[in-house]
Design a protein. Structure first.
Length: 239
């Protein structure tokens, strides 16, 4: 769901651009969920630039926040992989997911903005990156033998195990994309209803407080599942 008034859509509409979606290429590129996806990316770049523009030996301000984020995530990945090399391979993807999804989720709590992750196209795009990456890692670490992971422990079980594994991986796509999308869009719908029915002041506050927690939890779940799938793909035969 989109907010009744979206600032970026109003701005683009004022200069004559198709800001509310449609059939044309430009309309799709400038659809509301794309506008706020671009904004989330810009915010990520601006915050990263602010944290690294004047780096000091004793960090302060944004540098301190960013170093805590990077250091904490690095330690967390090492705890999951128990291998510094593997942790560093997936760190860029996982850090980007955590950073971008967290900002995208919280944008929907600001009046006049929307969460890009409340659109299924956005969450499917993020899921596609995760799924492609962990399969690529599987082939990188195991070569063609990675296909044996889909055939079960005994070759005779392959006709049974292959369909099961295919449905399992389809389930992973649904789990990653629809869970994030569903939670974000339900938050947007509930906030929109409360704003319209109960007023824009005190009534929506409990849901907004709960929404802050939901945004954080859903970011962690998406990040954690991507880590688990990647570690599984890089793991040995015993995994």
């Amino acid at each position: 769901m989109e907010h009744p008034l979206l600032f970026l859509s109003i701005l683009l509409d004022a200069i004559g651009l198709p800001a509310h979606g449609g059939e044309g290429v430009l309309a799709k590129v400038l659809a509301p969920h794309m506008q706020y996806s671009y904004l989330a990316m810009i915010l990520c770049i601006v915050l990263a630039k602010a944290a690294t523009s004047r780096m000091e030996m004793i960090p302060t301000g944004m540098q301190n926040v960013m170093e805590a984020f990077v250091g904490g995530l690095d330690d967390f990945l090492y705890d999951q992989t128990h291998d510094r090399k593997k942790a560093m391979i997936i760190f860029p993807m996982i850090a980007t997911f955590a950073y971008l999804i967290l900002i995208s989720n919280y944008m929907g709590l600001i009046p006049g903005f929307m969460s890009p992750t409340a659109n299924l196209n956005v969450t499917l795009g993020l899921t596609a990156v995760s799924i492609f990456t962990y399969h690529a890692l599987g082939f990188r670490f195991h070569g063609i033998k990675y296909l044996k992971h889909f055939m079960g422990p005994v070759p005779a079980m392959a006709p049974i195990m292959i369909p099961i594994e295919i449905f399992s991986h389809i389930g992973r796509i649904l789990s990653l994309s629809i869970r994030l999308f569903g939670n974000m869009v339900s938050k947007e719908i509930l906030l929109g209803l409360l704003f319209m029915l109960a007023g824009p002041y005190l009534a929506p506050l409990p849901i907004m407080i709960l929404g802050c927690l939901v945004c954080l939890i859903q970011t962690f779940i998406f990040m954690m599942l991507s880590i688990v799938y990647s570690v599984e793909a890089m793991g040995g035969e015993e995994h």
